[in-house]
Ligand binder design. Structure first.
Ligand code: FUB
Length: 444
């Protein structure tokens, strides 16, 4: 059961995870837009229930359906396809393209998928309502309830089940955050909606509650200056009161106005899932989900998460290493760019253009001891040389790769000078002045 407060089931899920690898790079999904990641641990896998942005040629969000993705290793994601569409739900205005941030929870072997959408008709149902679709598995098929939840008007539903079995629903509406207890059936409120109060001024949405060591963390996107930071408060009860504690992730200085979070523990590491507009630099209503590690202080407060391209987990040295998803980069002479600026979905490349410019990719798994060579997909109009070093810019050189002069991309094979072992950081350094572009590399 997900989001249950430190109960046996969550513990069992964590134990199962210990035997899986954890890979991830940002963004997590590269073949469609994904936003508002709600992440759950079900049946030993991680499931993400994101929103699905598409571009309808308007200047606003266009969201017609939901997919669900699952992964055991957090890098290879299975897209289980569409689980709910606006045409399929009786109460939803099927032309509204308004299926915003959803969430899912398991109770007694049933999976309850909560989603907002604009309801058909007038009066009470004007604006966004929140509905539920139910399945016997985390990936569907989901059957939508014929009516939305009575008494709830708003967006961004977040269900939570406490250790005593009591279920709660949090949601946003009218620039405010709300909460109520849910009945046993998970489909009706058992208390009147209550506003979650006591936070600094500023637009708020996307509530997400989780529990750790008896502390209930109420997290939410919050516009303090210009765009959405991710903020949080702490309390000792799912219904609060919550004491505002500050920012988990700063406002994005460029690009995306929205942000939206969920937080889970994986192999003893807490992870923040959020989004950015990586695959749509000019239109921030087409977003992509990301993940980065999150750390707590001893008093339970949360350390700020700095967004990275590298993301979380280990990358096998024998798989394609996209070093443009870097951990660190030299101050000058190193940059990343789209492989094709007309089509961001093709991904990125690293451009090294000054002597000693470097890029670092952390947490590569070199446990395969039979490695002999490295393959690099690169391009250089003049030809040039890169060094691969281990751990830091002055670390041992494990390969010296000559990239031949060429107009096109090519794959170069180079023997290893030293064979690294264990989990190591890789630094790629440009040896000469002549620019080199790198798409990926892998060790064999
Ligand atoms: O995805 C549409 C809306 O943008 C979500 O419902 C909000 O949380 C914000 O991320």
């Amino acid at each position: 059961m997900r989001k249950i407060a430190y109960g046996f089931t969550m513990l069992s899920v964590c134990l199962l995870w210990v035997f899986n690898f954890a890979f991830a790079q940002n963004p997590l999904i590269m073949d469609q837009f994904t936003a508002d990641p709600s992440v759950c641990a079900f049946e030993g896998k991680v499931y993400i229930y994101p929103s699905h942005d598409v571009n309808c040629g308007t200047n606003w969000f266009c969201m017609k359906d939901y997919h669900v993705f699952s992964s055991e290793n957090l890098i290879e994601w299975t897209d289980h396809g569409v689980i709910v569409t606006q045409e399929q739900v009786a109460w939803v205005d099927s032309t509204s393209n308004s299926m915003w941030a959803p969430d899912c929870i398991e109770k007694d072997g049933k999976y309850y998928f909560y989603f907002p959408a604009r309801a058909k008709g007038n009066g009470q149902r004007r604006g966004s309502s929140i509905g539920v679709a139910i399945s016997d598995t985390p990936y569907g098929p989901f059957t939508p309830e014929p009516e939305p939840i009575e008494g709830v008007s708003g967006i961004d539903p977040n269900p939570f089940i406490d250790k005593d079995g009591q279920a709660y629903l949090y949601w946003a509406g009218g620039r405010r955050l709300h909460m109520a207890r849910l009945k046993e059936n998970m489909l009706e409120l058992t208390t009147e909606p209550q506003e979650v109060k006591g936070f600094p001024e500023g637009f708020k949405e996307g509530p997400y509650l989780f529990e750790r060591n008896g502390i209930y963390y109420f997290t939410f996107p919050h516009v303090i200056e210009k765009t959405e930071a991710i903020a949080y408060a702490m309390g000792d009860n799912p219904m609060g009161p919550f004491e505002y504690k500050g920012i988990i992730m700063d406002e994005s200085p460029t690009g995306c106005w929205t942000n939206h979070q969920s937080i889970i523990e994986y192999k003893g590491q807490w992870i923040l899932f959020y989004h950015h507009n990586d695959l749509s630099p000019d239109f921030d209503k087409n977003r992509s989900i990301r993940a980065d590690s999150l750390f707590f202080n001893e008093d339970g407060t949360i350390q700020k998460v700095v967004p990275t391209l590298r993301g979380v987990g280990l990358t096998l040295a024998t798989k394609k290493i996209q070093i443009d998803r870097y951990s660190a980069i030299s101050e000058s002479g190193a940059a990343i760019a789209y492989l094709d600026s007309e089509d961001p979905f093709k991904g990125w490349k690293t451009v090294l253009s000054e002597k000693d410019a470097w890029i670092r990719y952390n947490s590569l798994d070199f446990s395969d001891r039979d490695l002999k060579s490295v393959k690099v997909k690169a391009a250089s109009k003049t030809g040039g040389v890169i060094y691969m070093r281990i751990d830091n810019v002055d670390g041992s050189v494990i390969a010296q790769v000559e990239i031949p002069k060429s107009k096109d991309w090519g794959v170069v094979d180079s023997a290893l000078l030293e064979i690294p072992s264990g989990i190591r950081n890789l630094i790629v350094v440009l040896n000469g002045e002549t620019p080199i572009e790198i798409d990926w590399m892998l060790f064999e």
